[in-house]
Design a protein around this ligand. Structure first.
Ligand code: PBE
Length: 294
């Protein structure tokens, strides 16, 4: 080997050694790194619950704020690479139809038990608009109904088309909700949050009310401002209230200023969700494998 070649080999070896050292150092910092829980919008009930879970379980994890769509795309990406990922999840949601997922057990009950979704109205709506009030009081469907609309939206339909399809497929239910009510263009404003589940339900109720002759506006805001808007009477009603646990703080905050119309869906759930190939089953095992979630 001539001197030039020797130099090349030497430089290459030094290069390789540097990469190896850097790699080790990297692994070193990774081991100390916190795990990540992929969250959604700040203000969602599930975000507050997850902060509490980090505290109560002493998790060495950061909760990363994102959006419902951002959470879903992180989940999709991780599953594509078979990487471990933990997200703030809820049911009904299309992700359970699309992927093999499971809730992590929550022995401390931070995420509550079974949830329902409630319809809330502004104070005075039942007097000002008894017909409208009667329709939203009758509005009740199943997790499967809601999930089917969400799944079609996830599959590429617009929320409007997916809602119209559900309505066309369920004429008897819709007729029952409308209950013979017919408006000549009364204005209605519905508040909601851009969660996939609430995009689905709100678009359906909007179209049902339009079918009954109402002139419907929707207003998409974050959870905190939504409750404020119902309490202030800026929106007439919302069908986006997750109870008894998820939105308890909001409902408590506006006690007496918001009317609970009734349940519109039962059998909902919130919690921490992982792909089934993640080999832990409980939130209290998260710390022992946090590197996998870094
Ligand atoms: N969610 C969907 C909401 C309620 C509906 C679970 C993301 C929340 O956490 O507030």
């Amino acid at each position: 080997m001539n001197l030039f070649n020797k130099t090349v080999v030497l430089v290459a070896l030094i290069g390789i050694a540097m990469v190896m050292v850097a790699g080790c150092a990297d692994q070193g910092t990774q081991a100390a790194e916190k795990g990540k829980i992929i969250g959604i919008e700040p203000g969602a009930g599930i975000m507050m619950m997850s902060e509490k879970a980090i505290e109560d379980y002493g998790l060495d994890f950061d909760l990363v704020a994102s959006s419902s769509a951002g959470m879903a795309s992180e989940l999709t990406k991780a599953i594509g690479e078979e990487k471990w990922v933990v997200v703030t999840g809820w049911t009904p949601h299309w992700k359970f139809a699309r992927y093999d997922l499971k809730y992590l057990d929550d022995p401390k009950g931070v995420y509550g038990g079974e949830e329902y979704i409630a319809t809330l109205s502004r104070v005075g709506l039942s007097d000002d608009s008894p017909d409208l009030y009667s329709v939203i009081k009758r509005f009740y469907w199943t997790p499967e109904d809601m999930a089917s609309v969400m799944l079609n939206v996830e599959g590429g339909m617009t929320p409007e088309d997916a809602a119209a399809k559900w309505i066309a497929d369920n004429p008897e239910t819709v007729t029952e909700w409308i209950g013979g009510v017919s408006s000549d263009g009364e204005k209605v404003t519905i508040g909601y949050v851009l969660w996939d589940s609430e995009i689905a339900s709100t678009t359906v109720i909007q179209q049902v009310l339009e079918q009954a002759g109402f002139n419907v506006d929707t207003s998409a805001v974050d959870a905190g401002p939504l409750y404020q808007a119902v309490a202030d009477g800026d929106v007439d009603f919302t069908i986006s209230s997750w109870l008894p646990a998820t939105h308890k703080v909001y409902l408590d905050k506006y006690e007496g200023k918001i009317v609970v119309v009734g349940k519109n869906l039962e059998g909902a759930k919130v919690g921490l969700v992982v792909p089934t190939y993640v080999t832990i089953d409980s939130i209290d095992e998260l710390n022992s494998v946090k590197e996998k979630f870094a």
